[in-house]
Design a protein around this ligand. Structure first.
Ligand code: NAP
Length: 311
């Protein structure tokens, strides 16, 4: 039965999710509301945000009846967690259900970058194969892979890379004694000891620009950077300069500092693969994420324990 609870969705992130919400709650769409949404605000108890628009202080302040933020993402960098805590607003996210997809994409980006899959596809389509064989590329199997942030997604990437006979190392806040991978408390040492560096940590004040010039230079002209975390983890102008100047061997990027803007200097570089923040964007996972968002809201409104509580 449809409840009278009001849910505000901040961005048209998933048609399936919108249908599920509309079937159960009174759904408000932020992009359809007047900028000054005073009239509707009193009826809104929940916000469903995403990686594009979450729940910042301004939005939270505009919703006096807000009880819960249910994020259609695992990353919570677009939700003002401190302010939610202060205001007693519950927060949920969508961990685990997207881990496999993001880890799969990380491996896909490694292979695409090292084996030049996108460039060789362009080679065939443009008829160049008729003139010459394609150049030699780089092997992935057996490489030294460093992971920044060995959480759910980082560990899933490590597991996949192990099956390519790679040696694994990582940097995160804490050492994971249960895992046999080598731990580097210092990210520059991790980069110096890696041929491929994969960014998979949460975006916080401490991890903003965790990949800076020093880390890029430590990875070096034969090293490859893969980012499936957040664009803001990387100092993008430094990354672009390193790639253009040949100080970094290549990059496979799902995320960027100012999405959907991507630095145009990257478009001419064949050692770079860029995809439009599609880490978790599969039909199956979109459904699982949406169902989790809805089940968290239903649990909250029926005063049951949240399935994936953050606060
Ligand atoms: P998670 O299990 O919470 O793992 C986060 C990891 O970040 C942990 O290993 C944590 O280290 C590490 N970390 C936090 N602060 C750090 C710091 N200051 N220095 C170094 N490492 C730090 O989260 P997850 O489910 O794996 O997701 C990770 C991130 O992936 C999300 O936050 C999101 O930004 C990104 N993501 C991207 C996509 C995409 O479409 N590209 C999709 C989903 C998620 P400790 O274990 O030591 O605490």
């Amino acid at each position: 039965m449809k409840s009278s609870m009001g849910v505000l969705i901040t961005y048209p992130m998933s048609t399936y999710l919108q249908h599920q919400l509309q079937n159960r709650f009174t759904l408000f769409r932020l992009w359809d509301l007047p900028t000054n949404h005073h009239k509707e605000a009193a009826s809104i108890q929940a916000v469903v945000g995403s990686t594009h628009i979450g729940a910042d202080r301004q939005l939270i302040d505009s919703l006096p009846a807000l009880e819960i933020v249910s994020s259609f993402s695992v990353g919570l960098d677009k939700v003002d967690l401190d302010y939610c805590k202060q205001r007693g607003i519950r927060v949920t996210n969508t961990p685990d259900v997207l881990t496999d997809d993001v880890a799969d994409l990380a491996i896909g980006l490694i292979l695409a970058t090292l084996r030049r899959i996108c460039e060789s596809d362009r080679y065939v389509r443009s008829g160049l194969w008729k003139q010459n064989d394609f150049k030699l590329t780089m092997k992935f199997s057996g490489k030294r892979v460093g992971i920044v942030g060995l959480g759910r997604i980082g560990a899933a990437i490590a597991k996949r890379a192990e099956s390519f006979n790679c040696s694994l190392s990582y940097h995160s806040r804490s050492k994971k004694p249960e895992l046999k991978y080598k731990y580097f408390p210092n990210i520059i040492e991790l980069a110096s000891n890696s041929e491929i560096l994969v960014v998979a940590c949460a975006l916080t004040d401490e991890t903003h620009h965790i990949i800076n010039r020093e880390v890029i230079d430590a990875l070096g002209p034969k090293g490859v950077l893969i980012n499936i975390g957040r664009g803001q983890h990387v100092d993008e102008p430094e990354l672009v300069a390193a790639l253009v100047e040949g100080r970094l061997g290549g990059a496979g990027l799902d995320v960027f500092e100012n999405e959907p803007d991507v630095p145009e200097e990257l478009f001419g570089l064949d050692n770079v693969v860029v995809v439009p923040h599609v880490g978790s964007s599969t039909v199956e996972t979109e459904t699982d994420m949406a169902d989790l968002v809805v089940r968290n809201l239903e649990a909250h409104f029926s005063k049951k324990p949240l399935l994936t509580p953050v606060i």
